[in-house]
Design a protein around this ligand. Sequence first.
Ligand SMILES: [Zn+2]
Length: 649
Amino acid sequence: MGKSARLDLVTLAIAGLATLFAELALVERKFALFAGGFGQSHVLDSGAEIAAFAVAGLAAHALLFALIFAVIARLHGKERDPWLFRLNLLVWGAGGFIAALIARFEVLSYFSDAVSFQLIRNLGGGSLFDAFLFALSEGALMLGGGALALLAYALIAWRLRKRAGRGLEEPGLRVGRALVLLALAVPFVALAANRIPDARYGLNKLTAYALANDALGAATDFDRDGYSWFSAQIDREPFDAARHPLALDVPGNGVDEDGFGGDLILDALDSPLAAPRLSGKPKHLVVIVLESTRGDVLGKRVNGRMVAPNLEALARSGSAFPHSYSHVGFTTASLKSLFSGQLDPRAGDPSLFTDLKAQGYRIGVFSGQPESFGDISEVVGMKRSADVLVDAETLKDERAFSFAAKGSLRIDESKLLREFDRHMGDKGAWAQPHFIYFNFQSPHFPYHHPGLPDMLGVKPLPREQIAPANARRVQDTYWNAVAYADAQIGAMIARLKALGVWEDTVLAVTGDHGEALFENGFLGHGHVIDAAQTHIPLVLSVPGMADARPLGLKDMRGLLLAALGGADAPLRARPVFLHIGPLDTPAAIGMAEAGGVFTTLALETEEVWFSDNGRRARYDALKGADKARADRLVGEWGRQRWMKHLAGR
Ligand SMILES: [Zn+2]
């Protein structure tokens, strides 16, 4: 290899590696592929995962930069000036890639998110207008920097051009053969790496790999059904568009469209809940939703202290439902199901809010989160129905943290009770039936905020120390926050008693989903179907309704209306259906049956898990009772999908 070719190779290596490291740093910052953390279930933590990620990621990146090299070389032609060519490779190849990264990762908005509104306001000397100018000047600074860099490039390119015309004295680097080899190797490497789910997840965060994999997918999706040899689930019927992974199985046509459970046998569909008829003087309804609060809160002790004495007392005098579940394990869908009585309601569908509004209730919402988050309020008709609505948006100056993102707006429970006193503290008004929805946010990650007391003698852990190595203290900190929320339940019960309405009130306390606390290395919710992430508490103040059969959040609307005397108790002969991701394209499905026993199916790996004996097996390998149990799950999934589709969505 001549000197010129060697210098070209060095330049190409610099461009390729600098961009790869820049991308890895941004990907790690955003998705924590290696470090893991809150809400991250795809961690590259085994040798095979890391090796697959490294080999396939490097191969795809090398292919992309070999291609960029070839294109820029072609644009320069045979007589290329070696230094102008290398400059262009760095500026347009590497620089262009990095500019694309900045756009893709919204690096600029990251900076503005990290700078809190309050901070900007302070920087602007307290004036909103000055703060605006300040924010503007930051953006202007970035633009100015970019313009300067371009100017420098133009100057150097002009200088090089002036002494150009000498052309290439000796042959430069040729990448043709490497390009062909990489183009042949990448499909095989991708095919293998895609079979390791965490590696596939991480690799698709890399630009070069995602581009290559998408192109390969498009090229092998022969029947254009969206599934190929490179999709997460491989299309085993590549020439039949009706049959592919996650296809909606048409019942009774003798074809197993989705490859699970044979042809679907569609059982009876649930009929929608009728509007309630409440007679006489209906009871008040108070629903308290505890954010991220696990079902095992009842009976939980930390340092010998009861975590939730108020909830436990309520369970003793009222009714407990020890096998209650969130269908999806995340906030917005859970709350929509709770109020609407459906897995996936649409805006305008009936809900507890519209039910009780129609029955003449006065409605109050006191929530520590923004209820417009994920369209909760819109879908369940909350804002339209509420006489009083106080949430983290209306109280945004009193939030616990000063982050800008909507999901992180949280208000301490004590402020919600203060607002309750202000708006609902008049005894006389309670002649009218009341429906009050509280949402208590303290148990949400990071499980502590300024002003939250140490209830359990645990010394709450600061956010930056939340890590697997501190799992035990993370758990203590979490339960401490739950204990605080429980104390606020007690304060609320005391208020209802002081108002003289306690005897005429149905109080329901539940959770929106659970929370994994590093028990299996994972922190957060909505990623795995298991007890930690989907089991929730449910306690009613009404005695005589206790029921140990499995119950999902979507059963609660009917249950609460029954507790008010306006409906029959809901039938619950079926397992509770659980899913991760959209109902039609879930990453996993599951069901909770009698005794809190789970069966799950991960659709990417086709692995079935039986919680009672801990067994994991591929769906194909199941026989007898195990197969029947997995097929019961697949059948329930089909039933839920058809209910959604027949309702016109
Ligand atoms: Zn939540």
